[in-house]
Design a protein around this ligand. Structure first.
Ligand code: NAD
Length: 249
């Protein structure tokens, strides 16, 4: 398969989990990867893994919630490769809080990274995507579609990503740019390890988060993300694709 031959793909959150899995998958399909993450160490490992497999990738450390860093990041991608065909926004954080106790700084951090960070990457990438007739795939979540226990901040951020993505899809459809979301659920990753639950968490509500068929690895969603970013999804925009093993079925 060479769906991404001669195409440049920027992936955020590429140091871990779904972002890393997507970068590996798209590189294996011929894409030239611009891998972005806050964590330079894990990012270097992703790029090395792609290179070992014969792919093309470069690393760029960036905090997606920092406007100046995001502007510099997209500029660096264009300077390095000359164009951009797809933007895959997977950087994100998860936390659970009792809605009576959530601290404003924590609320803002979740919104800043998950929602504002995604917006900043879209904003900076769109002029380049218009030139290539490219596309965006954003990480929403089952949390954008239904309530998670102790998930007020995270659900708000992911609901925002979904609504924003639909709006971008409408704005840019005539210019040939598509924008879609994936809504993952119960994918094993850095995010799902060692979760800090509030004392008041009601664990009887856990089935709202868990897949019916058990958790899966990032490879279970990487192919869906690659499909949405590719020409195979040429008539799909403003869509959200649940990849949750039936959690919300
Ligand atoms: N794993 C799941 O079941 C699941 C479910 C629903 C949604 N998601 C979403 O999928 C996306 C990928 O999550 P994952 O499960 O692979 O998690 P992960 O923790 O394995 O990966 C997230 C990556 O984002 C990076 N990151 C965090 N803050 C950043 C910042 N400010 N700037 C740049 N990079 C930053 C982290 O360093 C990490 O490498 C996230 O947006 C997450 O909310 C995941």
């Amino acid at each position: 398969m060479g769906r991404f031959e001669d195409k440049v793909v920027l992936v955020t959150g590429a140091g871990s989990g779904i972002g890393k899995g997507s970068a590996l998958r798209i590189a294996a399909e011929g894409g030239s990867l611009f891998c972005v993450d806050l964590d330079a160490g894990t990012l270097a490992a992703t790029v090395a893994e792609i290179a070992e497999a014969g792919g093309t990738a470069t690393a760029h450390a960036c905090d997606v919630s920092d406007e100046a860093q995001v502007i510099a990041c997209v500029e660096a991608c264009i300077e390095h490769y000359g164009s951009l065909y797809a933007l895959i926004n997977m950087a994100g954080i998860l936390r659970f809080d009792d809605a009576r106790e959530i601290e404003l700084a924590q609320w803002r951090r979740v919104l800043d990274i998950n929602l504002t960070g995604t917006m900043l990457l879209c904003r900076e990438a769109l002029p380049h995507l218009v030139k290539t007739g490219g596309s965006i795939v954003n990480a929403a979540s089952t949390a954008a579609l239904s309530g998670l226990p102790c998930g007020a901040a995270y659900c708000a951020s992911k609901g925002g990503v979904l609504a924003m993505t639909r709006s971008i899809a409408v704005d840019f459809a005539k210019q040939g740019v598509r924008a879609n979301c994936v809504c993952p659920g119960d994918i094993n990753s850095g995010m799902t390890e060692g979760i800090d639950w509030p004392d008041t968490m009601d664990f009887e509500l856990m089935p709202r988060i868990m897949s019916l068929s058990g958790p899966k690895g990032p490879e279970a969603i990487a192919g869906v993300i690659a499909m949405l970013a590719s020409e195979d999804a040429i008539h799909i925009t403003g869509e959200d694709v649940r990849v949750d093993g039936g959690t919300l079925s």
